[in-house]
Design a protein around this ligand. Structure first.
Ligand code: PLP
Length: 458
């Protein structure tokens, strides 16, 4: 998979070349690729993300991977999917194996309305565009709006592969500060004012309001309203990305931003986390004018999203207890989150972390002197993997953060992974204490991540 390089060397190489904002903007330097001088300028933004590099190494069975955000698809009852497949082949084979509409299968779009209604969204079936995962919707919206140099606002930290897309269209990502209640409206106002004073063009705000990737925090209802107001006043489109909203642990998050703003929000949803990412089916819900352009862009890119996948999902939604299945996932991820938080409290009490109330991720803050990217090869040597915080910023921040994902490993593996991580982190802290005058723990900053674990975590 990684040619002559060992997986370890591949990881190490990528960690030193990926998502460096300076390197990402230029194509210069020497390269053995004979086509190097012919690539379009925008390919300079297509650097391998840390997450991608990690998959090569972390997929080795002996490594406990707390890195990737993979849903635990083994919890899906296979007989339901087999039943859907058999029925599809019997009754709808010709349609399932054929090209379809560029907007998506109408029956599935109806069912998507039902899903979005769970988060307060009322819409028409005409406004839904089915895409090849929400990742593709992200790319299509970016393609529609971004000229080189335009600004995309995004939480700091934000979803790594969204930033890869923004980079590949030569956008400048400007991060807006967040805390444990999500993106901070006043910081948004200030960032907009600052960028406008510099003469920059801001196209949209990309936000993950529920159980965000990577921070695991949720935007409050009051802030949702305030942020919509700010964006409306400044003619900035809101791109609301919501893969995790239905995966809450105790109570649902506030309703979607799109539920109160039809005209200013493009909403993205997906079946990847509530069903399975292998189908590659997501969707965009967009205001009328944008929706027309989205369909054209979708057709230009893929002709039509997979008829087969859409009909499989539609059949599953028709016949299975899909709400019950989402409940099963909630219980499973809740248990894994608890396992992660209690292992952190036991093995790494000197650190701080967010406490997600849904989704897949915990965002951990290390003492300021630790460098999570430099530490990663040592962690992999201890057979544990995480994603370094720098992957989630376009500007090199996040050096002393890591993202831990609890969605895939079992509670036992999560515990073992955190134990191994504590060996690495405590080793680094020992070194720092030995060679510096001040305690490294005195430098844990009081910002996102300073949350005491709740006492009810067993
Ligand atoms: C915030 C966010 N947006 C989009 C995606 C892409 O999801 P999909 O599988 O629907 O393309 C992910 C996947 O992890 C994600 O975390």
């Amino acid at each position: 998979m990684v040619g002559g390089l060992s997986a370890f060397a591949w990881l190490f190489w990528n960690l030193h070349t990926s998502l460096d904002p300076e390197k990402a903007m230029t194509n210069d330097g020497t390269n053995l690729d004979p086509w190097y001088d012919l690539y379009a300028e925008r390919t300079a933004g297509l650097s391998a993300s840390e997450v991608r590099a990690l998959f090569a190494v972390a997929s080795r069975p002996e490594v406990v991977s707390l890195a990737g955000g993979m849903p635990f698809v083994s919890a899906l009852p296979t007989e339901l999917l087999e039943g859907a497949f058999a029925k599809l082949m019997r009754d709808e084979r010709a349609t399932a194996l054929q090209y379809g509409s560029g907007q998506g299968v109408p029956a599935l779009r109806e069912q998507i309305l039902e899903i979005m209604a769970l988060e307060g969204i009322r819409a028409s079936v005409d406004d839904v565009v089915v895409t090849t995962g929400s990742q593709h919707a992200l790319e299509l919206v970016t393609k529609l709006f971004i000229n080189p140099g335009d600004v995309v606002l995004a939480e700091g930290p934000s979803y790594v592969t969204a930033m890869v897309v923004f980079n590949s269209f030569q956008a400048r990502v400007s991060h807006v500060a967040m805390d444990e209640h999500g993106l901070i409206p006043q910081a948004l106002r200030e960032t907009i004012a600052h960028l406008r004073a510099e003469g920059r063009t801001i196209k949209f705000l990309y936000t993950i309001p529920n159980f965000s990737n990577p921070a695991g925090v949720t935007l409050t209802w009051e802030r949702r309203l305030e942020i919509l107001e700010i964006c409306r006043a400044n003619d900035i489109l809101v791109l609301e990305d919501n893969p995790y909203g239905l995966l809450y642990f105790d109570s649902p998050p506030p309703q979607a931003m799109r539920s109160v703003d039809e005209d200013g929000v493009v909403y993205l949803g997906t079946f990847s986390k509530t069903l399975a990412p292998g189908f590659r089916v997501g969707w965009a819900l967009a205001p009328n004018a944008i929706r027309e352009k989205l369909i054209l862009a979708n057709e230009a890119a893929v002709l039509s999203p997979s008829s087969f996948s859409q009909l499989m999902i539609s059949e599953y939604l028709n016949t299975a207890d899909w709400k019950g299945q989402i409940n099963t996932f909630r219980g499973l991820y809740h248990e894994r989150r608890d396992a992660m938080l209690s292992a952190l409290a036991e093995y790494l009490p000197q650190l701080s972390w967010t406490v997600p109330t849904g989704g897949f991720y915990v965002w951990v803050t290390l003492p300021d002197h630790l460098d999570s990217k430099a530490m990663l090869p040592r962690a992999v040597r201890e057979l544990v993997a995480y994603t370094p915080g720098t992957a989630f910023y376009a500007d090199g921040s996040g050096r002393n953060n890591i993202r831990l994902s609890f969605s895939y490993p079992t509670p036992e593996f999560i515990r073992e992974g955190i134990r191994r991580l504590s060996i690495v982190i405590n080793g680094e802290l020992d070194l720092l204490t030995t060679f510096s005058q001040t305690s490294p723990l005195a430098t844990i900053p009081h910002k996102l991540g300073i949350i005491t674990p709740p006492s009810n975590i067993g």
